[in-house]
Design a protein around this ligand. Structure first.
Ligand code: TXA
Ligand code: MG
Length: 324
C-alpha cells in the first residue's frame, strides 16, 4: 500500500516527501481541485514512462503538464494573446490550454506524445505550491487505471493504484470533481477539445468569441486521449432513465421522482436541488458507490446539458459507450 500524507495537517512534510519521490523519477498521487492526479517530472522520460505503466495507459496519449503559474508556463510554451488572456483570467483553475511548445523546452516528448503542442494547466492550491517547490512541471493524468473512473479522493487512489505507487497526498474530496476543460486556439478559432470543470460559457464571456466544438468523429484525433469508452464502472450504464428496472442502481439528479426508485439496489442523488456544481463534485464517487452495490446496470436520470452539465454528460456518454 502507498503511504498517505494528509496535507492539511502536514503540509511541509508532504511537500518534502513528494519532492523526494518525484526527484527519484517516480510518480505520486496529488490532489488538485478537479481530480487526483498521478504526477511525475515532465522533463524526465523514465518518470513519465512510470505514469503510463502505472495507469496501463496507451503511450500515444499526450499528458497535461501542470505549472506553478503563467510565468513558468511561458518558459516552456508560446502563448498567443487569446491563450494568454484565458490563462490570466482562469489560472489557477480547471482550464487546460493547448499551446505550441518552445524548441528544446525540456518537456519530454513522452509527455506530449511527440506533438509540437502541449496542454498546460495551473492547478489551484496545494498542487501549485508543490510544483513551485519541485521546480519542474508535473505531467499528471487522473490517478486511476486507464479507462476506469477518475479518482476524487485519496481513498479512491489507494484502492485502485495503492499497490503500484509509493505516496498519495490527501487533501480530502476534490472540489470540482471532473477534469479540466481543454481549449486550443487554432487558425484564429477557439476550440473546445474537452468539456470539463470550467463551463464553456464562462470561457466565451472572457474570450468574446464562441467555442468551436469538435465533430464527434474528429474528437479522437484532436484530443488523442478522448477515446469513446472511458470513465467506465464495472456495471453497464443506462442514460436518461425515467424508471428503475430490476436489479439496477439509480443515480438521479434534482427533485423529480423516478418511477420504481424503491426497486433500486441503491439510490444516490447527485444534487437534490439540481445544482450542477454539486453534481460534478459527487459524480465519480457516486459511480463507484453504485458500482459497489453489485448492480448489473447503473441507471442515470437526465442531466441538463448546460454549464457544468456539458462535462457531466460527456463523462456519462463515455461511461455508457461500448467497451473495448
Ligand atoms: O483536471 C485535469 O485535467 C486532470 C488533473 C489531474 O489535472 N488531468 C487530466 O490529464 O485529465 P490527462 O493527462 O488525463 O488529460 C490528457 C488529455 C489528453 O487525453 C488529450 O485529450 C488532452 O489532454 N491533451 C493533452 N495534450 C494535448 C495536446 N498537445 N493536444 C491536444 N490534446 C491534448
Ligand atoms: Mg483520466
Amino acid at each position: 500500500m502507498a503511504e498517505i500524507i494528509d496535507i492539511t495537517e502536514n503540509r511541509q512534510q508532504a511537500i518534502d516527501a513528494a519532492c523526494k519521490v518525484l526527484g527519484d523519477g517516480l510518480p505520486i498521487a496529488i490532489p488538485t481541485e478537479t481530480v487526483y492526479g498521478l504526477a511525475a517530472d515532465a522533463t524526465n522520460p523514465a518518470a513519465i514512462a512510470h505514469i503510463y505503466e502505472t495507469k496501463g495507459r496507451p503511450q500515444f496519449n499526450p499528458l497535461i503538464c501542470h505549472m506553478a503559474d503563467l510565468e513558468m508556463a511561458e518558459t516552456y510554451a508560446d502563448f498567443d494573446p487569446l491563450s494568454r488572456a484565458l490563462a490570466e483570467a482562469f489560472w489557477p483553475g480547471p482550464l487546460t490550454i493547448v499551446v505550441p511548445l518552445k524548441a528544446e523546452s525540456g518537456i519530454h516528448a513522452l509527455a506530449t506524445a511527440g506533438l509540437d503542442t502541449v496542454g498546460i494547466r495551473v492547478p489551484k492550491g496545494f498542487a501549485g505550491e508543490l510544483i513551485r517547490a519541485f521546480g519542474h512541471p508535473l505531467a499528471a493524468p487522473s490517478a486511476n487505471t486507464s479507462g476506469k473512473i477518475s479518482a476524487t479522493s485519496a481513498a479512491h487512489v489507494q484502492a485502485d493504484l495503492g499497490e503500484k505507487i509509493k505516496l498519495i497526498l490527501d487533501a480530502g474530496a476534490s472540489d470540482v470533481g471532473v477534469e479540466s476543460t481543454i481549449v486550443k486556439v487554432e487558425d484564429g478559432k477557439l476550440r473546445l477539445l474537452r468539456p470539463g470543470g470550467l463551463p464553456a460559457d464562462e470561457i466565451e464571456r472572457v474570450a468574446g468569441v464562441k467555442l468551436v466544438r469538435p465533430k464527434v468523429a474528429s474528437a479522437a484525433i484532436e484530443a488523442p486521449g478522448m477515446m469513446a469508452s472511458h470513465y467506465a464502472p464495472g456495471a453497464a450504464v443506462r442514460l436518461d432513465a425515467r424508471e428503475v428496472r430490476d436489479g439496477e442502481a439509480l443515480i438521479s439528479f434534482g427533485p423529480s421522482p423516478i418511477a420504481n426508485a424503491d426497486k433500486a439496489r441503491v439510490v444516490l442523488n447527485l444534487s437534490e436541488t439540481g445544482d450542477l456544481a454539486e453534481a460534478a463534485t459527487n459524480l465519480f464517487d457516486y459511480m463507484k458507490r453504485a458500482d459497489a452495490s453489485g448492480a448489473a446496470t447503473i441507471a442515470f436520470s437526465a442531466i441538463p446539458d448546460e454549464g457544468l452539465g456539458e462535462a457531466i454528460n460527456d463523462r456519462l456518454r463515455r461511461a455508457a459507450a461500448p467497451r473495448e
